[in-house]
Design a protein around this ligand. Sequence first.
Ligand code: XBP
Length: 261
Amino acid sequence: MNRFDALLWDVDGVLAETERDGHRVAFNLAFEANGLAWRWDEARYGELLRVTGGRERLLADMAARADAPPLARDREALARALHASKNGFYARLVGSGAIALRDGVLELMQECLSRGVRMGIASTTSRANVEALLRHHLGAAWQGLFVAIVCGEDVRLKKPDPEVYVRALLQLGLGCLQAIAIEDAPAGVAAARAAGVRVLVTRSAYFGAATTADAIAIGPGLHDRRGWRPALPWDGRSPLRVGLDDIEAWYDRMPAVSPSA
Ligand code: XBP
């Protein structure tokens, strides 16, 4: 008998380092292809990540640029065109195998499948981007592995709004305490917690220093038992990866908290 019925995966930063090595690179290719001299280096993209959603991120950047179109409707049109172009480049990058899944992700997915823990995707990235990444890594039948798939187009408000988690729970037919989420960014943690879902954090390239009191556990990734809070036992010999038993032990430590939204 499992302590929870479903595991909800965030995508960007949790399944793979898609932000730094995928979306950022694809945005720059889209700028170039559209004749713009704009480029986002790693530091600037890190600042822009406080805005969830690629199109919204473009609009936030344009608001700070003297060389962006002055009229709001022109900025909107340009953001839509650049975003579509970026998603095309992103799909090609991912399809070429340029972005690996993070270590430990596949193993935990396999463990969920073999132990009857259902899985869901709770991401506010575009569906096409989730499709490109997971088709490449899990095969054409990837959707069959997930009981719930909620993406950016399915919600009115992106993270940190809880809607993506509320919808995923509805698709699963579960209450908030029957699922657990894995996130990397503060906005994702806030979204899960506002839906009443317990969440663990695997640190990613852009959110390595972020702290949160709202996660049941925070650590370097599913590939390594060292460096987690709360700490995980390790005898120096057995496999290093974090498994479902570890997550269940963390889950049990967390007192139930009611949703704040
Ligand atoms: C991730 C995002 C997305 C991606 C880019 O959201 O904020 O905007 O950076 O994807 P989440 P799009 O943490 O919910 O996965 O260009 O498709 O928005």
